[in-house]
Write a protein that binds this ligand. Structure first.
Ligand SMILES: *[C@@H]1O[C@H](CO)[C@@H](O)[C@H](O)[C@H]1NC(C)=O
Ligand SMILES: *[C@@H]1O[C@H](CO)[C@@H](O)[C@H](O)[C@H]1NC(C)=O
Length: 708
């Protein structure tokens, strides 16, 4: 069945390809005589078509062989698109030159891009590895470079996600997750035999006996070396603690129950590594044993739109209709119709995919990662580490989208397990209704205190965060404004020129452009007049020695005129609300958690993390996320593509996301919230009894945090 779909798709695709657009590199390039380069006869991609699982080496053979054009031309094109998008529109670039504790970001991207432009790469794959790593130095999950030709096409997995456990004496050790075997059996049943047979000697066929083993060394070194090496390069969070925590296996609330998150050790977006060697001590054994475990690379989709190298390049690597923007004001609709045969950037958003109409109507703040989040159904285990069926755990008293509601056995603690501030299942209005009704049910069931578990919550709709804040804390000055906090735009020459054009009378009557004044408001919920040129007045901030122009007009969201009637009274005393996370609560999650903690006194709890490191309960605040494709629509629709600061079109199937608006502090409005401290008040160590068992964690939070 799968095979048939794939064949049909591939036939369909080749038809599309023949008639479809390709990039005009080949004829016009001055280096054309070197193009296409001499290539071996062998096609390293063709054997991988319709194979769900391959070895990382096989995936690399394909990925290192593909290219879109002469390497220097491709290099310069990507650098120009990325650097112009970031320097003109990304709000925190100058801050990211040097941050202070707990943040450890210090990168000068101008210097980095100059270095890349001087470098000769052997392949576009090598160029991609360098570019991806370089942009990740921003450690900002809102400013991520992705190339669909490489990122997450083949994600590499190990059957041994790791966890960090604290023992009875308070000593910490890294272990293979006690749940590792049952997770892998559940997630990848067709690969278990492969890994069973790959184990050495007497361990062959005994993969399950590795679960829970203490890890003494990774590739011959202290396991913490591997954690820190990963935290150095993984990006996403500006503080170190959440990057360390991201190395380990954890969970998130998905739309079908809990979903397992393998972590940066056991899941990687690029098939760079073939295997890992672990020195372990299995449970109930005193022996040290050394095992080498191969990674397996998993093709991201179950449908193949390509069948060989040529079709791989034209489908995944060359610029697609959704790569570069188009003029939506002056062009005919047919030009504007994008056919999403290739994954859009939303695939890389760390939230459920949302409806197109919601994307236009509701601003997003969401973490972006080149590692696509996959749904791995996860059963919670009992104290002995045995997976138990979900129906043996507490039964949620309500659920909808990535939200579940529980009442704990104490009869007074309600739990909202919240995986995202958006849902793929329902509209914005319906999801806001679910959150309200769920909390009201908890309240009427006797809950007087509330745990909100936002472990691995990557954000979602900005106004959903304001909505949840409003219904919990009740009507008051801070919750009745147009949004959570004021934000500002960068106001370089190009951004100013765009707003000047969009605010001309009748230019964009449907408010289709993101810079349209009608999309923004004053704090008092009055929207801007359609002809308000709100970037005309600017202020220069001196940041790390750079003078950077921002608009001086404060920009508020339009989080009002709710489609669901908000309650007249607060649902919970915010001081009796505890926000629980592994530190990885970002974007809209941060814009919910931070005001609730800083303004209203909600308690903040981080579960797990390295001893002695101050844990952060939220991070990557931003203000709103946009990307190059959306910016390019703004540029082209205002006739400014020829402006000297405008990024050119991508020649490759690339993405660059940005933190487009920057939020002021929840309390200290003089500084952006992004680089203020979000130290967690409580830290609960992970043990064999509670690791990746949200039910046990919630019981512990209820007993310890709400006591005083
Ligand atoms: C997009 O592709 C699908 C399948 O190939 C096709 O049915 C559909 O009409 C296309 N849409 C547009 C707008 O071209
Ligand atoms: C809201 O504030 C703006 C800017 O200060 C002002 O022009 C407008 O009249 C106010 N709206 C209301 C309804 O008070």
């Amino acid at each position: 069945m799968l095979f048939k779909t794939a064949v049909v798709a591939s036939v369909l695709y080749s038809t599309l390809y023949v008639s479809g657009a390709t990039v005009g590199v080949r004829q016009t390039d001055p280096e054309a005589e070197h193009w296409p380069p001499h290539q071996p006869e062998r096609d390293f991609c063709a054997p991988l078509a319709w194979q769900k699982w391959v070895s990382p080496k096989e995936a690399r053979a394909c990925l290192t062989s593909v290219s879109v054009g002469p390497i220097n031309k491709i290099r310069d094109n990507i650098v120009e698109v990325v650097s112009k998008t970031l320097s003109e529109f990304h709000t925190t670039l100058a801050y990211e030159k040097r941050t202070s504790s707990p943040y450890d970001v210090h990168v000068d991207l101008d210097e980095e891009f100059a270095r890349i432009k001087r470098t000769r790469y052997d392949s576009e794959w090598d160029l991609h590895l360098d570019l991806s790593k370089t942009v990740k130095k921003l450690k900002n999950g809102h400013a991520v470079y992705i190339n669909n030709c490489y990122d997450s096409v083949w994600q590499s997995f190990l059957p041994t996600p790791l966890v960090l456990l604290t023992d009875n004496h308070g000593k910490q050790n890294i272990h293979i997750a006690p749940e590792a075997y049952s997770v892998v059996l559940n997630a990848f049943p067709d690969q278990v035999d492969f890994w069973q047979n790959a184990l050495p000697g007497k361990l062959k066929g005994k993969l399950s006996s590795l679960s829970g083993a203490k890890v003494l060394k990774i590739d011959g070194r202290d396991p913490w070396d591997a954690v820190e090496a990963s935290a150095d390069v993984t990006g996403s969070y500006a503080a170190r603690a959440p990057r360390q925590n991201g190395f380990f296996g954890s969970y998130t609330q998905g739309e079908n129950g809990f979903s397992y998150v393998f972590g940066n050790f056991a899941q990687t977006p690029l098939p760079k590594t073939d295997s890992v060697t672990l020195t372990i001590q299995r449970t109930d054994s005193n022996k040290e044993e050394t095992v080498t475990i191969p990674y397996r690379a998993r093709h991201v989709s179950d449908v193949w739109y390509w069948s060989d190298k040529a079709s791989y390049i034209s489908y995944r690597c060359e610029a697609q209709p959704g790569t570069n923007g188009f003029d939506i004001i002056n062009a005919s609709p047919s030009v504007a119709a994008v056919n999403e045969t290739t994954p859009s950037i939303s695939t890389f958003h760390q939230q459920p995919s949302i409806r197109a109409e919601d994307r236009k109507a509701h601003a997003l703040s969401v973490l972006v990662d080149n590692d696509i989040r996959i749904e791995v159904p996860f059963e919670v285990k009992d104290e002995a580490g045995v997976a138990k069926a979900l129906d043996l755990g507490p039964v949620p008293i309500g659920r909808g989208g990535p939200a579940e509601f529980y009442l704990l056995n104490d009869g007074k603690t309600g739990v909202l397990s919240l995986g995202s501030f958006s849902s793929s299942r329902m509209s914005f209005a319906d999801y806001s209704g679910v959150l309200l009704i769920g909390l009201q049910i908890l309240q009427s069931s006797g809950a007087t205190q509330l745990i909100i578990d936002v472990t691995n919550n990557g954000g979602g709709f900005i106004c959903m965060a304001q909505w949840l804040y409003r219904i919990i804390a009740g009507p008051k000055t801070e919750t009745n404004r147009a949004g959570t906090w004021p934000t500002v735009f960068r106001a370089g020459d190009l951004a100013q020129a765009i707003v000047k054009t969009v605010s001309r009378d009748g230019y964009d009557p449907g408010a289709d452009l993101f810079y349209n004044p009608q999309r923004w408001a004053y704090s008092n919920t009055t929207t801007f007049a359609p002809n308000f040129d709100y970037l005309a007045r600017t202020e220069k901030r001196t940041i790390n020695g750079d003078k950077v122009e921002f608009g001086s007009q404060k920009i508020w969201d339009t989080c009002f005129d709710w489609q669901v009637e908000p309650p007249a009274q607060r649902l919970f005393d915010p001081k009796k609300v505890a926000i629980v996370t592994n530190g990885r609560c970002a974007s809209s999650c941060a814009s919910f958690a931070i005001p609730l903690a800083k303004r209203e006194g909600a308690k903040t709890v981080v579960v797990g993390g390295k001893k002695g490191i101050q844990q952060q309960y939220a991070g990557i605040v931003g203000g709103q996320v946009l990307d190059y494709f959306e910016i390019d629509i703004e540029v082209k629709s205002t006739g400014l593509k020829n402006h000297k600061l405008a990024p050119p079109d991508f020649l490759v199937n690339g993405f660059q996301s940005i933190s487009w608006r920057l939020a002021s502090g929840a309390v200290n409005e003089k500084e952006p919230e992004e680089f203020q401290n979000h130290a967690a008040e409580y830290n609960i160590p992970l043990t064999l009894a509670n690791v990746n068992n949200p039910y046990a964690i919630w019981d512990e939070v209820a007993k310890t945090v709400f006591r005083r």
